[in-house]
Design a protein around this ligand. Structure first.
Ligand code: ADP
Length: 259
């Protein structure tokens, strides 16, 4: 049947992938990739078959975060085999170009690269593909939201007002293309002093929660700013796998259960 005029075109799905979830943020550096990786690993602990697509073409961080190096092998024809670690399948532009090579592509090339990473990678059967979106609400983000059959989007934000304003933009973008926003995760929510154990609300606390309430989207949880999260993600050993008994790993698993 012909969709009614003005109705957004529903993109075709990817065979074998049951559900595609985007992790997005209004701006860079808020911990979107760290959150995406830990959520993907937490989904894996729930018994799901999970993949991660690093859609951040200009600043891929999955090779570092997932502790993976090397190049993907060809699976025949144009299709590539995804890389693997911690039981996850991963594809990232970072596996295909050198770290020092700056990406100077224009929009259309980025979009075609994203399409290839989605459709010309041997993902096999996946329950969930987590897409680590590029930060912001530009061209690539919009195309991704329009061209990929997203089951929903998770917005990562820090409690700072500016970050929240940007996160709101991201929220509206997904609403425009009729992708359900599954909720907001507040990252760097507060800081626990490793010496005295006291809690410091460096960026102010609860902003994302209030914002989520006002915007009518679920608040999925807050992750504190901790040295351990910084060190484990920069070492390629995300906290959900390197310290599964920690309270933070539990928070990621709690969030994963809600999505
Ligand atoms: P983004 O994807 O939004 O650009 P990243 O996930 O790459 O952000 O995180 C940026 C930096 O902040 C990284 O060095 C990461 O280790 C650190 N980081 C992210 N979340 C936390 C956290 N909750 N506590 C401490 N450091 C964090």
């Amino acid at each position: 049947p012909v969709p009614p005029q003005g109705a957004p075109r529903k993109p075709a799905g990817v065979p074998g992938i049951s559900s595609i979830i985007a992790v997005a943020s209004g701006k860079g550096g808020v911990g979107k990739s760290t959150t995406a990786v830990n959520l993907a690993l937490a989904l894996k602990t729930l018994g799901l078959r999970v993949g991660i697509l690093d859609a951040d073409i200009y600043g891929p961080s999955m090779p570092r975060l997932m502790g993976i190096s090397g190049r993907p092998q060809s699976a025949g024809g144009r299709v590539l085999k995804p890389m693997k670690n911690y039981g996850l399948k991963v594809m990232s532009m970072g596996f295909l170009v050198d770290e020092e090579t700056p990406m100077i592509w224009r929009g259309p090339m980025v979009i075609s690269a994203l399409n290839q990473m989605l459709k010309e990678v041997e993902w096999g059967e996946l329950d969930v593909l987590v897409v680590d979106m590029p930060p912001g609400t530009g061209d690539a983000q919009l195309t991704m939201a329009q061209n990929v059959p997203l089951a929903g989007a998770i917005i990562v934000s820090t409690p700072q007002d500016l970050a929240l304003i940007d996160a709101r933009k991201g929220l509206n973008m997904f609403r425009k293309v009729e992708v359900p926003v599954l909720g907001i995760v507040e990252n760097m929510s507060y800081f626990i002093c490793p010496d005295c154990g006291s809690r410091h609300d460096i960026f102010g606390h609860g902003g994302a929660q209030k914002d989520a309430e006002r915007l009518g989207v679920p608040f999925l949880g807050g992750i504190p700013l901790t040295l351990q999260i910084r060190e484990t993600s920069d070492a390629g050993e995300p906290i959900v796998v390197s310290d599964p008994d920690s309270a933070h790993a539990q928070t990621y698993r709690d969030i994963a259960k809600t999505v």
